[in-house]
Design a binder for this molecule. Structure first.
Ligand SMILES: [Zn+2]
Length: 244
């Protein structure tokens, strides 16, 4: 399994880059995890739309769905050109019915409802979900292939539920949006130290921090995570590739 970073910014894309988004691939199968601002143009530098098996959307904040509309336009044009032969499924929760219904578009994309605490297959991938704690309903994803696993926290503040959910993962991709001086003042997100604590309690092998703030000294987030987690920690960066 290969995990590729398309973007790592929280809230909005920093200069010339994309909001937090990842590709998970295995033997020619490919999932896109979240589709926020500038994700489509970044993905198209690495692959074609018809090479995606599915898109997984954690929640409906703009930094996770801003490019769904243009992805649908791209899918429509690719279909007209004969490049896209079947609709692209977009997996997401339906707690927000209005947003969920937008995922189906002119037969080129379909919305596939996913529930909390569910496990399902997409191609070779086993995908599980866990609700997070965020101002809007949001799902974390665990993706497994053979004996390898990656967990994406999506957006969340601290919740014990993610400890079991991330248990023994080969890679934890955790949001880390809050510097220590803002702990308790910024809601709905994790500090670097909390991301490290999650990695440590879950016993994961490796930690990547994403959904990063555009301001401040981001190496502090890594330093804070390392207070809790003794394994490797790094910031996500565009086109980072991790082979599991
Ligand atoms: Zn959010």
């Amino acid at each position: 399994m290969n995990v590729v970073t398309l973007g790592m910014w929280g809230g909005y894309p920093n200069k010339g880059e994309a909001t937090s988004s990842f590709i998970v691939e295995h033997e020619g199968h490919r999932l896109l995890i979240d589709c926020g601002s500038a994700v489509l143009s970044t993905y198209l530098t690495m692959g074609e739309l018809h090479e995606l098996d599915a898109v997984l959307v954690s929640h409906y904040h703009p930094d996770h769905i801003a490019d769904i509309g243009v992805l649908q336009h791209a899918a429509m044009i690719q279909k007209q050109l004969g490049e896209l032969h079947s609709p692209l499924p977009i997996y997401a929760h339906a707690q927000d019915v209005i947003e969920f219904e937008k995922l189906a578009y002119k037969g080129v994309t379909t919305g596939v409802e996913i529930e909390a605490h569910a496990t399902f297959a997409i191609g070779p991938f086993k995908v599980s979900t866990c609700p997070t704690v965020h101002p809007v309903y949001c799902l974390a994803f665990r993706i497994e292939v053979e004996d390898k696993s990656v967990v994406f926290t999506a957006d969340t503040e601290w919740t014990d539920a993610l400890v079991d959910f991330a248990r023994d993962a080969d890679l934890l991709v955790s949001e880390s949006n809050v510097y220590p001086q803002y702990a308790g003042k910024i809601q709905g997100h994790l500090t670097g130290q909390e991301a490290g604590k999650l990695a440590s309690l879950a016993g994961v092998k490796r930690l990547v921090l994403t959904h990063l703030p555009q301001y401040g000294e981001r190496s502090v987030l890594v330093k804070e995570a390392k207070k809790e987690f003794t394994g490797p920690v790094e910031l996500a960066y565009t086109k980072q590739q991790i082979n599991l």
